[in-house]
Design a protein around this ligand. Structure first.
Ligand code: PBG
Length: 331
């Protein structure tokens, strides 16, 4: 007799009622798992919907602070700030990126003077600030790694001095985590954390984000595949994560999310460090578009996507639906 087999074993027995399904549930989603990426624009009282991201808005600082306070009340632990920089301030070498009074720095200060109870994450990359839309400095048609590093650490320092808690290099230059760590320590900002976008792929899922920050029209001529990873690779992601940990990353990230859950799982199995995952703009937009057509239940698909991140081993999830999900979870 084989006791492990039907009819002695019936896996459906543990699915008969919701109480038993709850008891045997292996993974759980909490508000504390969520990071809310937000878009900020200049002005006062401004709120613009992003066409390719229904339900996501660009806010001026005054309105954004209110939204962030709402997120805090819902229990969301952190927000990640992305700026829409005026075209007139964009330069080939991204000067505005390290101006201490740039839009991001003013946003961080405004949030921090309103509350100390929510974490503020600043993206470190030059794409919002460059005329060409690249994350780094372009020289002879190529994004120059070491020239870019000099600007990136300056950008990290101005964000950290403005009061952000976490800097998140998303540029994929080699060596940036080490340089940023060293420079932050040098100016006695040793408690500012680094969330490294370690396994960031050259993905077409970022399209709506580029519309949101206004870089898509600039990026056309040159792709990002000379610095972001090839979507076909997985071993290489482990090397990226390993090096970022060696260089001093406090947390690492996999991006995009749903199409890369195998990378999240491998990272979780291989490294004892918090693994964050980014449910990116295109993933959000696809769900919204299908839901708005009545083809799927948008809310349920969002929740299912979130629990998939948890099952894959993600410690935290960056998602544009963080507030909506938090509202569902605390009900
Ligand atoms: C910029 C950056 C991008 C995203 C986050 N930081 C876009 C890119 O690399 O072109 C994408 C986020 C999203 O699609 O939601 N370095």
């Amino acid at each position: 007799m084989n006791l492990g087999q039907f009819p002695n074993t019936r896996l459906r027995r543990n699915r008969t009622d919701s109480w038993i399904r709850d008891l045997v549930q292996e993974n759980h989603l909490s508000v504390k798992d969520l990071i809310w990426p937000v878009f900020v624009i200049e002005g006062k009282g401004e709120k613009q919907e992003i066409d390719s991201m229904p339900g996501v808005y660009r806010y001026s600082i005054d309105l954004l602070v209110k939204e962030v306070l709402r997120a805090e009340r819902l229990g969301i632990p952190a927000v990640a700030i992305f700026p829409v920089i005026d075209e007139s301030l964009k330069t080939p070498k991204a000067r505005e990126a390290y101006s201490p009074n740039n839009l991001v720095c003013r946003t961080v200060k405004a949030i921090k003077s309103a509350t100390k109870n929510i974490g503020v994450i600043c993206d470190i990359a030059l794409d919002p600030y460059t005329t060409h839309g690249h994350d780094g400095i372009v020289r002879k048609g190529y994004v120059d790694n070491d020239e870019t590093l000099k600007v990136l650490f300056e950008q990290a320092i101005v964000c950290a001095r403005a009061g952000c808690d976490v800097v998140a290099p998303s540029d994929m230059m080699d060596g940036r985590v080490g340089v940023i760590r060293e420079m932050l320590d040098m100016v006695e900002l040793e408690n500012v954390k680094i969330l490294a976008y370690s396994a960031k792929y050259a993905s077409s899922f970022y399209g709506p984000f580029r519309d949101a920050i206004g870089s898509s029209k600039n990026i056309k001529s040159l792709g990002k595949e000379t610095y972001q990873m090839n979507p076909a690779n997985s071993d290489e992601a482990m090397r990226e994560i390993f090096l970022d940990i060696e260089e001093g990353a406090d947390m690492v990230m996999v991006k995009p999310g749903i199409a890369y859950l195998d990378i999240v799982r491998r990272a979780k199995d291989n490294f004892d460090i918090p693994i964050f995952a980014y449910h990116v703009s295109g993933e959000y937009a696809m769900i919204k578009a299908a839901a708005n057509n009545g083809w799927i239940d948008g809310q349920k698909v969002m929740l299912e996507s979130m629990i998939s991140f948890k099952r894959a081993g993600a410690t935290a999830i960056l998602t544009y639906c963080a507030v909506d999900i938090a509202e569902i979870l605390i009900k």
